[in-house]
Structures are given as C-alpha cells and as structure tokens.
Design a protein around this ligand. Structure first.
Ligand code: AMP
Ligand code: GLY
Length: 434
C-alpha cells in the first residue's frame, strides 16, 4: 500500500519511522518532511494546505492512505475533500476537527455530553461590554482563549483584572489573532498537573494509546516562555490504573459516544489535554491530532503495527483490535535553536546525529539537508528518545546521547521528568564534616 504522510515535525518523523517497520507499507511519501523523514521514505515538496495538488499527487502515486499530522489541514477540511475517493484519510472531518479548531465548539460538545471541563463563558463583539463586567467580577487567575487556531499562542492566563481586560480588548477589538480571536472563551483557572492522553477512533470504537506528559516551558523547573514542547515522558507515573479508568469512563467514552450520537465523521486521533485536579481528571482541551513531542515517546512504546491500526481506523474496524504497548519507559529531550521560542537562526550544521546507541532514536524536527550536511531549519531541531526499564534510566540515556550532539547555539532542558525523579541526597548528615 502506498502512503502519504503530511507534516514536517518530530511527530511526523516518529510516525514515518514506525510506518517504515510495517510490511503493509510499500511506498511512503512525506510532504514536506524533514531530513529525518527522508531516511524513512521519500520527501515531497507539497504545500499541505493545497488540497488540489495533494489530490493530484495521490492519484499519480496511487496513494490509498493519507495521514494528516498537523491540525491545520484537518480544520480546513482535508478529510471532506477526499471523502468518497480511493484515498482514505486518517484525521477527522472539518466538523470533527472543530473539537480543536473552535474552543467554543469543544465547550458546547463537552457540556452536551457531560464531560468534565472548566466553567466558562464566551464573548464576541456583540457581548463585549458584558465580557468586561464578567472579567472585573471574576476570581483570579483567569484564562482567556481565542476561539480559533492561533498557532499555540491563543491561551493567555491573566493574574489581574486590568491585564485580563487589556488582553480581552486586544483579542476581540484589535483582532490579535485575526478571525481566531473574534470570539473568546473565558475560563476558570484550574490548578493541577497535566497529562496528554491519546486515542485512535473510527467514530464508534476506540483504542487507547500510551499516555504522555510534555514539558512546555523553555526553562528548567518549568520556568519561562511557552514553547511547542521541550521534551516528554511516557508512561506518566501519576496516571495509574484508577486514574486512567476515570479518564476512560468520564472523558474518553462520553467523547466517542458523543461523536457517534451526533453523527460526526471522525476517523483519526484524539488528543485529550487533561489536568488532574485533586483526584479528578478535567479536560483542558481537545486536539484532533497527535502531540509533538508526545508522539516521540508514544510511538516508540507502541508494539502493534501502526499501518494495521490506521487501516482499521479508516475502515471502521477498530473494535476488533488490541493495542500492545511496551512496558518500558520512554523519555524524549528536544534540542532547540538558541533564542527559541523568540528569534533564532537557521542553517547551523548539526554534529553527532549519526550516533548509534541501542534503545535510543533521534527524531528530526526542524532539519534539512544542505550540501550533504544536515542543518537546523526551525526552532525545535531534533529530539532524542530513549527506552529503558524505568523512567530515570530513560532520562539519563537521552541526556547522555543528546550530550554527544551539537550545533551552534543549541539548547536543551536537562530536567525533563524532574518531578518524578528522587532528588540527589542533599542531607547534610550524610556528608562527613571537614
Ligand atoms: P491550550 O492552548 O488549550 O493547550 O492551552 C495551553 C495551556 O494553557 C495548557 O496546556 C494549560 O497549561 C493552560 N491552560 C489552559 N486552560 C487552562 C485552565 N482552565 N486552567 C489552567 N491552565 C489552563
Ligand atoms: N505538545 C503539545 C501539542 O502538540 O500541542
């Protein structure tokens, strides 16, 4: 079977790496891909928003499975574009993708289906003044979310009413995020620890994939600016059997039942952004795709053939499948360009990518081939995933391997997984006095 995968990040390299291992895949194309995906298949220079060109390519290469990595083409309706053709798409319809593409849609969906989520109100130009009064009276902190896609920047947590009102004005009156912030969801702030939970669904049944935790802040100790993600671990130590059962019973099952009941055409991944408040899971957000860098720990822990899983998804046969997961722990650490998530330079030659260490894999994110050398081509450049008997070993191995790589300005966090690792013994009693 010929497969086309859309996207160019570490998520897509991890998917391509796994697809390459399947006997079911005869040819794999990645558009546009990166220097890493080029080692798993053929990179194709296609614009992922240009459905006509993608369609023409699929016809030319007899593609039967199209896997959509990022959310943008899904929210713009790529699955609807191919509906009824020979090309089966892994990814929801435009309506299903609204779970990510419109925060207000997701909130209504959760309310209708009794899925636990933070209390909220939504406002637009016509209710702007009510919104200002609401913000003045609300407890703090308070969360403002642009309704539509805003490249991961549409959520602002405000500590003061003045700050909240200024942000609200920027979003609605000044179109800070263009059309995406014409409507704003104002949400109660929840305190807890977050995790990412993934399923594949065919719209009726679902399979649970390994869960993960990502580290979004640029600085160690979860300090500083938000990024696309600086690393991830899987499994997540606090997501024990009881907690995962609560997530399935209260969140996953009602979500899939809601999709089925409401006749939403959904064949693809759902990423549940969940926060643990005391002992209860609450949905922070839905995404209609896999996470990055979570995929770089989720996919290496998946033992089941990925092409089998994706075919069962598009053919509505997931009810017959079991997913086998590696008991090992995984950690991925992301190497980023100096200055990221602010301004950074590209085109830096990368050393050490050819290092070969058992149970470690390098997944490329922003890389490309230039004059026979792999150079940096983005903010997040590559990540090192390691699998080991426990989390601590996986973390240490990834740190060791990433320490053998380099490019000018390269930065990474040394503390991925920190809250689950016992601190070094600092008890003064244990040291002899001099
Ligand atoms: P999102 O863009 O929806 O992923 O939100 C980005 C981040 O904002 C989340 O990962 C959370 O860390 C934080 N966040 C979003 N909503 C809330 C909330 N209601 N309470 C606390 N933190 C939130
Ligand atoms: N790592 C979070 C995301 O992919 O949205």
């Amino acid at each position: 079977m010929n497969i086309l995968l859309l996207g160019s990040g570490g998520r897509e390299h991890a998917l391509a790496w796994k697809i390459k291992q399947s006997k079911k895949s005869s040819a794999l194309f990645i558009a546009p891909g990166n220097a890493g995906t080029a080692t798993c298949g053929t990179n194709i220079d296609l614009n992922i928003s240009d459905f006509e060109s993608i369609g023409a390519f699929c016809q030319e290469k007899s593609i039967s499975l199209l896997i959509v990595g990022p959310e943008e083409p899904l929210v713009r309706g790529i699955a609807d574009f191919f509906e009824g053709t020979e090309v089966k798409v892994v990814g929801p319809s435009k309506e299903g993708a609204q779970l990510e593409g419109s925060k207000a849609f997701a909130k209504h969906f959760m309310q209708r289906n009794n899925i636990p989520t933070a209390a909220y109100m939504e406002f637009d130009e016509s209710t702007y003044n009510d919104g200002v009064v609401y913000l003045q009276q609300h407890s703090l902190p308070i969360v403002l979310k642009a309704d539509g896609l805003a490249a991961g920047k549409g959520v602002v947590i405000c500590q003061h009413p003045g700050e909240a009102i200024a942000e609200f004005e920027l979003m609605i009156q000044q179109s800070k995020f263009g059309e995406a912030s014409k409507k704003v969801v104002v949400e109660e702030f929840l305190t807890g620890i977050e995790l990412s939970v993934f399923i594949l669904t065919d719209g009726k049944d679902y399979v649970l994939l390994p869960e993960a935790k990502d580290y979004k802040r640029i600085g160690e100790g979860d300090k500083g600016l938000n990024t696309g993600g600086m690393g991830a671990i899987s499994p997540v130590p606090f997501a024990d059997k009881d907690f995962m059962k609560k997530i399935e019973d209260r969140i996953i099952k009602p979500t899939v039942e809601g999709i089925s009941k409401e006749n939403i055409n959904y064949k693809g991944f759902i990423f549940f952004g969940i926060i643990k408040v005391e002992d209860d899971p609450i949905v922070i957000e839905y995404n209609c795709r896999l996470g990055d860098p979570e995929t770089e720990v989720v996919i290496p822990r998946l033992k089941t053939d990925l092409v089998d899983l994706l075919m069962a998804t598009v053919n509505g046969k997931l009810g017959n499948l079991n997913v086998e997961t590696d008991e090992k722990a995984a950690c991925t650490i992301m190497a980023v360009s100096g200055g990221y998530p602010g301004n950074y330079e590209k085109g830096k030659p990368i050393q050490g990518l050819d290092i070969s260490v058992k149970n470690s894999i390098i997944f490329h994110s922003g890389t490309k081939q230039e004059d026979g050398h792999v150079v940096s081509n983005g903010g997040r450049v590559f990540s090192v995933t390691s699998l080991a008997e426990n989390l601590e070993e996986a973390i240490n191995q990834s740190k060791d391997v990433i320490g053998h790589t380099d490019f000018e300005g390269m930065y990474y966090r040394h503390d991925i997984g920190f809250e689950f690792i016992p601190p070094p013994n600092t008890d003064p009693e244990s040291h002899s006095a001099h």
